[in-house]
Design a protein around this ligand. Structure first.
Ligand code: GLA
Length: 655
């Protein structure tokens, strides 16, 4: 089994002469898998019900002939002009009531029965036609669901939302209770009175907004499931859909992962951002964890620059290779790019590609060829697994809820997660990023950064985890509301007070950083502070100045067989590292290797016979790592690795 290599292949943009060149260049570059057909709807169904699959048959045959597998798209990501022309009611509506027009892509209301019916009809034809095609490897349903159209506020969506609410709440009384509708005179007498949360004079009802976010995610998921079930009726090949970006608030990756055979991710770290690799690392650990550690597919990355940032930096020499191997190190079994051949026209003509405008004799394409060769040499790492001692908890409902307005302060969940993750990443500790409902007993340490919305079951399981010997780290504004955005009464954070050994009386969010005293060292707290009354917990850091001077900021509480840490503020990065190092000492969590240079990322994938150590130098200086084994990429024994800036090593460890 190889590590797959390839990209989005859009042959409809080119003539058959170019296809012939593609079929020479792909095998020469080591391409084994391409995503094909993603935007082909208008080309295979140019008029309603009139199909033209002839050209696409040729494309699929070409791929089979060249020994390249197809990740075959269901072609429904961009409805053709005739569909919205005949049925303008499929076009999505924004919260302010305005309609979104065609002219780009993903211009459909997810709840639209008309869109779904036309999509299903096409997918049925397609699945029937290509189910047994020798090129077919994977079904690629849709494309980046929820990327552009995240919610639709039209009347069709409103009716679908009411249906969803009936299923969730049963009766209007239960809904009124869950939504706290006595507040501001919002009581409903009938489901018919409920609308999507369209633009209103001021803050809307948070429970209403949260349910609409859940519904909108489900409505899009229904589109995916409809197409998945059709292809499954014809074919036993694995089904995936590519997640847009590392994490995307409208689409709950954990929920969606359960509906796929293999998960795939599109990742576009910014080459101009010196910490981009750490941000990507968080997303890769999350996506791997979304299916319990099963290998995942990097379905899209940019070979060089993208074209959708304000400034689009290309990848400097070495970065394409480094970032591709990073995905593999963190559990990917495929590295694919957007796109194979750089478009001549259209909105993405300045987005880099595997074959740039300049053709195959370019730096970009030579780097692609070299990467293809190198990935092919590492086939033995496919299907190996990453193991982690530490889990971070992440939850889409909590993310959606905590970022709503009218809170003590505006909080940014991804920034919060990253602040905790960075302290572990920089300490060379391997993490999983798991849902709040995950089984935790195998982890030595569990970090819960700002899980504002928490049901009692999760709180009970965290408490049991500590009682049983686990080390838990909880950050401020966690365990505050239930699944309906209702505060857990009895002192914050009520369901975690016993395990944390404290009570929070008031939130004191910080406009300016505040001094901290952490074991005699002066540090800084940011974002938040709070009035904590300890109830058994021991202060590890106190506020050094401000109104809370002398009061606890970070605490430690021994509970049952384990330990629970609490951070009432966001320590600045060095202090966060210091606190998490202390918690790690409680948990006995070690880095992947001792004495690793600061900028070297190290990860082990455990194979069936062997273990593989990946070493990635994200820094600008040469790094030396004491390790021995066999060099998988270069061949031959390894006794100490010297890694130049942006260099990569893959070492088969001694048994
Ligand atoms: C997304 C889409 C692709 C392309 C790329 C460009 O990932 O799936 O079709 O638009 O972005 O970066």
């Amino acid at each position: 089994m190889p590590i797959d290599f390839g990209g989005d292949y859009n042959p409809e943009q080119w003539s058959p002469e170019v296809w012939a060149e593609d079929m020479r260049l792909m095998p020469a570059a080591g391409v084994s898998l391409v995503s094909v057909g993603i935007f082909s709807w208008a080309s295979v169904e140019p008029r309603p019900g009139a199909y033209d699959f002839g050209w696409f048959d040729q494309v699929m045959d070409n791929l089979a002939g060249a020994g390249v597998g197809a990740s075959l798209a269901t072609m429904t990501a961009s409805p053709p002009p005739w569909l919205s022309h005949r049925h303008p009611e499929i076009l999505p509506v924004r919260a302010d009531g305005s309609r979104v027009w065609p002219g780009a892509r993903q211009h459909y209301c997810p709840s639209s029965p008309v869109y779904r019916e036309h999509a299903a009809r096409l997918v049925d034809r397609l699945a029937q036609r290509y189910a047994d095609h020798p090129a077919l490897r994977i079904w690629h349903v849709g494309n980046e669901y929820g990327c552009h159209t995240r919610q639709c506020f039209c009347d069709v969506s409103a009716e679908d939302f009411r249906r969803w609410l009936r299923t969730r709440h049963g009766t209007i009384e239960a809904l009124n209770e869950a939504w706290s509708t006595t507040f501001w005179s919002q009581r409903y007498a009938d489901f018919a009175e409920i609308l999507p949360p369209r633009q209103a004079p001021t803050f809307g009802n948070p429970a209403h907004h949260l349910d609409f976010a859940r519904f909108s995610d489900d409505a899009i998921l229904e589109c995916y499931k409809l197409e998945r079930d059709i292809v499954k009726a014809y074919s036993d090949k694995p089904v995936t859909t590519n997640f847009t970006g590392l994490v995307h608030k409208p689409i709950d990756s954990y929920k969606w992962a359960a509906e796929q055979d293999v998960v795939s991710l599109d990742s576009y770290p910014d080459p101009a951002d010196p910490r981009a690799h750490a941000e990507a690392a968080f997303g890769y650990d999350l996506i791997r964890s979304a299916r319990g550690g099963q290998p995942w597919l990097l379905m899209e990355a940019a070979p060089g620059a993208v074209n959708w940032r304000e400034h689009n930096a290309p990848k400097a020499p070495g970065v394409l290779r480094l970032w591709s191997w990073q995905a593999v190190a963190q559990g990917a079994d495929a590295v694919l790019f957007f796109q194979w051949r750089q478009a001549r026209g259209g909105a993405e003509k300045f987005h880099s590609a595997m074959v740039p405008h300049g053709g195959p004799e370019t730096r970009q394409h030579r780097d692609i060829q070299a990467l293809g060769r190198e990935l092919a040499a590492a086939a033995e790492v496919a299907d190996s697994r990453v193991r982690a001692d530490v889990a971070l908890l992440f939850d889409w409902d909590s993310w959606r809820a905590v970022e709503m307005p009218a809170h003590p302060a505006d909080l940014n969940v991804l920034e919060t997660q990253q602040a905790h993750y960075d302290a572990l990443f920089d300490a060379h500790v391997t993490c999983d990023v798991v849902p709040a409902t995950a089984e935790l007993s195998a982890y030595r340490m569990v970090v819960v950064p700002n899980l504002y919305l928490m049901d009692l079951d999760v709180a009970r399981r965290l408490t049991d985890y500590v009682a049983g010997g686990g080390v838990l780290v909880v950050s401020f504004f966690t365990g505050i509301v239930d699944e309906h955005e209702r505060v857990h009464l009895g002192g914050y954070p009520a369901p975690l007070r016993a395990v944390l050994g404290l009570r929070v009386d008031e939130f004191w969010p910080l406009a300016e950083p505040v001094g901290l005293d952490l074991a005699g060292v002066r540090r800084t707290g940011t974002v938040w502070s709070e009035w904590i009354e300890t109830e058994g917990a021991r202060p590890i850091a106190t506020y050094a100045d401000g109104e809370l001077a002398g009061r606890p900021a970070v605490t430690r509480h021994e509970y049952g067989e384990g330990v629970a840490w609490y951070l009432g503020t966001r320590p600045e990065p060095a202090a966060m590292r210091a606190v998490l190092d202390l918690a790690r000492a409680d948990a006995g969590v070690a880095p992947v290797l001792p004495d690793l240079p600061a900028d070297v990322q190290a990860i082990v994938r455990h194979g069936h016979g062997s273990d593989y150590l990946f070493l990635l130098n994200h820094g600008s200086a040469t790094a030396r790592i004491a390790v021995s084994g066999v060099d998988v990429l270069g061949g031959g024994p390894v006794d100490g690795v010297e890694l130049a800036a942006r260099d990569v090593a893959l070492v088969r460890l001694p048994a």
